[in-house]
Design a protein around this ligand. Sequence first.
Ligand SMILES: [Cu+2]
Length: 268
Amino acid sequence: MIRKSFLSLLAFCFAGTASAEWALNMPKGITDLSVETYNIHMMVFWWCVAIGIVVFGVMIVSLFRHRKSQGVKPATFSHSTSAEVIWTIIPVVILMLIAIPVAETMIKLEDSRDPDISIVVTAYQWKWHYKYQDEGIDFYSSLARPSLEARRKESGIDPNTVDNYLRDVDRPVVVPRDAKVRLLLTSNDVVHSWYVPELAIKKDTIPGIVNEAWFKAKEVGTYRGQCAELCGKDHGYMPIVVEVVEPDAYRAWVDARKESAPKVASNQ
Ligand SMILES: [Cu+2]
């Protein structure tokens, strides 16, 4: 019985590999830079594991081997220049090995020049506003109605029955595959944060400041995110949905949105 429950606990712990909802690690994502970011994250993780094993290994062996009951006499020195040189040089070398690839990737992350599409993202308590700068399209993106209804107190709706509960919106951001999309992020009220793990973007939106981010999605699909900066009582109810579509489908979406937009908006 105990063995069975232990096995099911183990199965639960490793369920992360089977179900994205329970994944413990960051996703690899769907852009070149998200994969690079993931690889750097894993490289630093393995450095940490190696350092942990070496440091704790030396400590445990020393404690065990040189314990008092073995009759070991403590050394009496208080300084060792060679030890200090070694424990300075090794961390410096490790930090350099980490810093070089990180700096290369960070420079690429900051280079939002020559975008194919620019979208101004404005955060509100508690929804997002998207404005496609060259297309004259703009819209609010709010929590989808099924989630909205289920989240109400005593709604009587079981959230488990709602698809993508709290992770779905009425109007997603639509972008074409393989296009460089620049985001200009700001806020209308308090600090929020636009966070989509699959794009490896988590950028604060701050009133009075415009932050930049960019991505080039390689795979068609629906990618979900959330506001990642505690912004008030409905912070958990302002999800983000990015739909990456084929370029033709994107053009069709743009045309359809322009037709359905009110005249005032299309004159902008
Ligand atoms: Cu927010």
